[in-house]
Every structure is written in C-alpha cells, then in structure tokens.
Ligand binder design. Structure first.
Ligand code: PEP
Ligand code: MG
Length: 589
C-alpha cells in the first residue's frame, strides 16, 4: 500500500529505488561492504559468534540441571530453550547468509538487518506470546554481536556505522541495476562521506535539520535526500520501493504505477534542467551591470577539488578540514598526512585559491563515537572548533604547520572557525606566527597564507572592527550564525521550522558584516548554506556580496541568478527587505 512520509528537503532531485535499511542497534555496529571472496569468512564469523552463545547457553542449562527445581525456575529453563531455538532458527540463519552473499554486507550488518526483518514479522503477529519473542530475538542477536566483537578480522573499528565503498567485485543482486536508497535513523557526517563513492541514489534519515552536517554532506554529493523524516526507518522495510522527493522533502513508499510514472517524468525534468544549466559552465559570473561575482566551492576532502573544477568554481571557499580528523579513534592525522592532504587540494585546484578552514570538530561533527566531546550537555555551545584547537596548542600547531607547508604549492587562505573573543584571536594569530617561525628555523619550505576569520557567532558580528584589525578577510558562516542568533539547534528537526535565514536579526548581522568589510576594502564571503540557496542570491548581491562559497552542485544554478541580476537595482530593494519586519513575506509579495 502506498504511503508517504514527510521530512525536510535537504538535497534536491528525485531518487527512485529499493530501500536499504541501516537498523539501529544497542551494540555499536560497523556497516561496510565486503569483497565477494570474503563471503565465507564473514559467514564463518557469524557462525563462530552464534556457536559461542549456544555454548554459553548449554553451559547454563547444565548448571541449572544440577540445581533443584526450587533454585532453577521452570521459566528460566523455558527461556533458555527459546533462545537456543531462535539461534538455530532457519529463517534467521538463511537470512543472514542472504545479506552476506547477495548484498555483500559485513557480518554485523547482515545480522542486524535480518533481526530488523524478523522483528517486523513478530510485530505483526496476532499471537501475543509469539509477539513477545521479539525481545528474545533482540537479546540473542545482541549476544551474538558481542561474541563477534572479539573476532573481527578486518581491522575495522567496531564503532558507529561505517559504510565503505561498494566492493570492487560489485553487487551480487539479481536486479543489479536497481538503484538503492539508504534509510537510517541517523547517519553521522563522516559515515555520509563514505557514501561519496556513489553506492546509493538517495538518503532518508529520521533525524537531522536542514543545515545539519549530514544534510550538508548529502547536498555536496548532489543526491536527493530527506532528513528529519522521524519514523521513516521504522515504517520502511528492507527492499521496499521508495521515491525520495528531495525538493518537497517527501518519501513515498511502495508507490502505485501512476505515482511512479509521475515521478519518472519529474526525474527526467530534473535531468533536462541540469543539462540546460550545464551550458553556463564557461560563462563568467557577471551581473547585468557588470559586477564580477566569485562562485567558490565548499569541499570536505582533498579529492573533491576535481568536482569543484568540473562545476566551474573559481576556487575553494571552504575546505572543511575536520573531515580528515573524523572516525580516527583518537589517532589524529600527523603533520605529514595533513600536509599531503592539503597539498592535494591545492594542486587539484591548479592555481586557483583554496581556503582551508582549521579543524571545526564538535557539536554534530564528533570525531567518532568515543569522542568525549559528544557527552557534554550542550555540544554546540561547548568545546568545538577554535576552542578545541586552542585547548590543545600542539595539535593546532601541527595543523597550522601543515597548512603553511601546503601553501608553497599554490594560493592558500587560512580560515578560523567560531571565534568570539579577542583573547582567542590573539592566541590564534600568535600560534600562526609560531608555526611560521618554527618552519623558518627548521629550514622547511612554506608559503604565504592570508588569514581570515569566520563570522558565525553574533558576538563576532557585533565586534567587526576588532576582527578586521586582526584578519585579512571574513567569511560568514551563516549556518552557525543562524543557529546562535536564534538559539536553534541546527541539527534538531523538532525546531527546524524556527531555523530562519530571513529572520531580521540574522539579515542585520549579515548585512552589517558585508557593509563593514566593503567599507574597509576587505574581502568578505558567505560560505554557509545561504550562499548556495538561489532564493537568497539576489538579496545577498543587493547587500553587496560578491563572493559566494557553496557545494559544487549548486554553482550553476546560482550563476544563473547572478547573470540575471542588476546590483544597481537590487541594492535599494535589499535595504527595503532589511527594514521590513517580515522579510519573508516581503520577498514573497
Ligand atoms: C557555517 O556555520 O555556516 C559553516 C560554513 O560552517 P559549518 O557548516 O561547517 O559549521
Ligand atoms: Mg560553522
């Protein structure tokens, strides 16, 4: 039966495919694809895990048998019998093998997937006794998972969900050409990054806001995605046919042939629109009144530089370096590794400028699931970004040295996130100086670096003169600026309706930052999601912005807006928007 689930539209386009569910588990479980020649090994791992649990239960049964009926209640014996039976259940065993053999899931993923499949069958049972066996099934699966934890042979960490690229040997599906869409309760930003290899045609998560980092990475992949879909991972079943409408934020499950035909048509329209925009690739981004506008790319990994070039970016306006630090289980990249990564990005941009932001770990970008930061009460207000860097100066110096060394290979700008205090500014500038003089003393090659600050805390936007005394340029991180101005957790779907880029207070801070930079002849850019939102392009141009940094897939759509704009006419109009008590209504009217 067709039904739809509503969430937040975060990455545009239409995806149609079969659902792959990543079930949540009480045990941290890794999710990754294996190679075809590893199938038997994975099946063996499950078997050994299961045998260990069977042995434990048999041992318990023996102990119980040696006790009198008073000390060993009948219920306990019956329960152990049920557990043994479930462990040997044909459907469980064969199901797990199916996910490993046919889908090339690793053992843990296969086990939790089969648990999910069977649990739903139990949920639907009329018989209450049988329905309650679901809890037993969950218990024994958890036991098997724990038993398997000691016998990982891949060397992969057993933390969070790690989905690796599709195996070189490919899928073993009968319907190998059917696109797959991923449905999960939650996907961490670093796990999302693993999907860049292009296994999935779309994503749906139960949680997350429009500018949560999971959503940002989905957008950068240019794959339809819906977040904040609340119950999606419970309502959708493995292999269900699903349509993801990334424009409307709707997920349609088990669509009827008529709906399917309608979305197939919409999908084709999206492609036509894309190829139409493709014609703008080599057109310079200049407004009708001759204003040149820089359209830059936001990237997460060095190799994304290629996509940036392909999309016509005139540089990288934000390299989120923290993605190099995630999922490392505390083993942070050393100077050489970081240097090589930054250098790859710089060389990849072939002489175009690259803005490398120093690490912005924390809040909804934890390093990994063991990261203590995540345990704080208010992580978005806690030790994140520059605060984290300044709390560990030697780690920060390692990054600064690596960036300075990479600057020998092309134009580099350094960008510091989340600054608010003069003290932080002074410490940062001093550490950059220290890194430079260390390299100088050691005779290491390094290059010139322009130093910039992000304006993403209202306190920073209200003390611009201080910032402009210490920095060469500013970049507006509107995602966080909105979050901190309106006190809205950007990753929390329950308050997503209050996350408003057009709130007059937000617009005031954005407008003042642009105006102050222009008055002082300093560069200013927007690198938050606002820069890639075509509904905001004219307003930002009218406020004087000439540098926009966004995920590459959005560049041509924004360019189209730029080509149609006349900044002479937009400037007074933008002031009227700014003065209005309800800018959204004014824009719509
Ligand atoms: C921002 O806050 O707008 C920004 C660009 O940084 P991030 O989204 O990585 O926090
Ligand atoms: Mg930010």
């Amino acid at each position: 039966m067709t039904f739809s689930i509503h969430g937040l539209a975060v990455a545009r386009g239409i995806a149609i495919g079969r659902a792959v569910l990543v079930a949540s588990s009480r045990v941290d479980v890794a999710h990754y694809f294996i190679e075809a020649d590893q199938v038997e090994r994975e099946i063996g791992r499950v078997r050994r895990g299961r045998d260990a649990v069977v042995e434990e239960i048999l041992g318990l049964q023996q102990t119980i048998a040696s006790l009198g009926p008073k000390d060993a209640p009948h219920e306990l014996r019956a329960l152990l019998d049920v557990h043994l039976m479930l462990l040997q259940d044909e459907e469980m065993v064969e199901g797990v093998k199916h996910w490993i053999r046919d889908r090339l899931y690793n053992a843990e993923w296969a086990l939790t997937t089969q648990l999910e499949t069977l649990a739903r069958q139990f949920d639907e049972m009329e018989n209450e006794y049988l329905r309650e066996r679901k809890a037993d099934l969950e218990q024994i699966t958890e036991k098997v998972l724990r038993a398997m934890q000691g016998q990982l042979t891949t060397g992969l960490p057993l933390v969070a969900s790690v989905v690796r690229k599709v195996p070189a040997s490919g899928w073993q599906l009968d319907d190998a050409d059917v696109p797959l869409v991923l449905i999960a309760h939650e996907i961490s930003p670093s796990d999302m990054l693993q999907f860049k290899q292009g296994v999935f045609a779309g994503f749906v998560t139960d949680v997350g806001g429009k500018t949560s980092h999971t959503a940002i990475v989905a957008r950068s992949m240019d794959i339809p995605a819906v977040v904040g879909a609340r119950t999606a991972s419970h309502l959708v079943r493995q292999d269900d046919w699903v349509i993801i409408d990334g424009d409307a934020g709707v997920v349609i499950v088990d669509p009827s042939p008529i709906i399917l035909a309608e979305y197939n048509y919409k999908q084709r329209q999206v492609e036509v629109e894309r190829s139409r925009l493709g014609r703008l690739l080599d057109t310079p981004a200049v407004t009708l009144d001759g204003q040149k506008v820089d359209l830059l790319a936001n990237i997460e990994m060095p190799d994304d530089a290629a996509a940036a070039i392909k999309a016509g970016a005139v540089g990288v306006g934000l390299f989120r370096s923290e993605f190099l630090f995630m999922g490392r289980l505390g083993h942070l990249p050393d100077e050489e590794e970081q240097y090589q990564a930054y250098r790859r990005a710089v060389e990849g941009m072939a002489g175009l400028p690259v803005v490398i932001r120093t690490v912005d770990i924390g809040a909804d970008k934890p390093m990994d699931s063991t990261f203590v930061e995540g345990k704080h009460l208010n992580p978005a207000l806690g030790l994140r970004a520059i605060r984290w860097s300044l709390a560990d100066p030697s780690m920060f110096l390692t990054q600064l040295r690596a960036i300075l060394r990479a600057a020998a290979h092309g134009p580099v700008k350094m960008l510091i996130p989340m600054l608010a205090h003069l003290g932080e500014i002074r410490q940062t500038v001093a550490l950059v100086e220290q890194a430079r003089s260390e390299l100088q003393r050691e005779g290491q090659v390094y290059g010139p670096v322009v130093l910039g600050a992000m304006i993403e805390i209202p306190a920073a936007a209200l003390t611009l003169k201080t910032f402009l005394r210490h920095f060469d340029y500013l970049s507006l991180g509107t995602n966080d600026l909105i979050q901190y101005t309106l006190a809205i957790d950007r990753a929390d779907e329950s308050v997503a309706h209050l996350y408003d880029p057009l709130h007059p207070a937000v617009l005031r801070l954005v407008a003042d930052t642009i105006a102050e930079c222009r008055a002082q002849g300093k560069e200013v850019s927007v690198c938050g999601e606002m820069a890639g939102d075509i509904a905001m392009t004219r307003l930002l141009l009218g406020l004087g912005l000439r540098s926009f940094s966004m995920h590459p897939a959005q560049i041509l759509a924004v360019k189209q807006e730029v080509l149609r704009a006349d900044t002479g006419r937009l400037a007074p109009w933008a002031q009227a928007v700014l003065a209005h008590e309800d800018p959204a209504a004014f824009l719509a009217g």
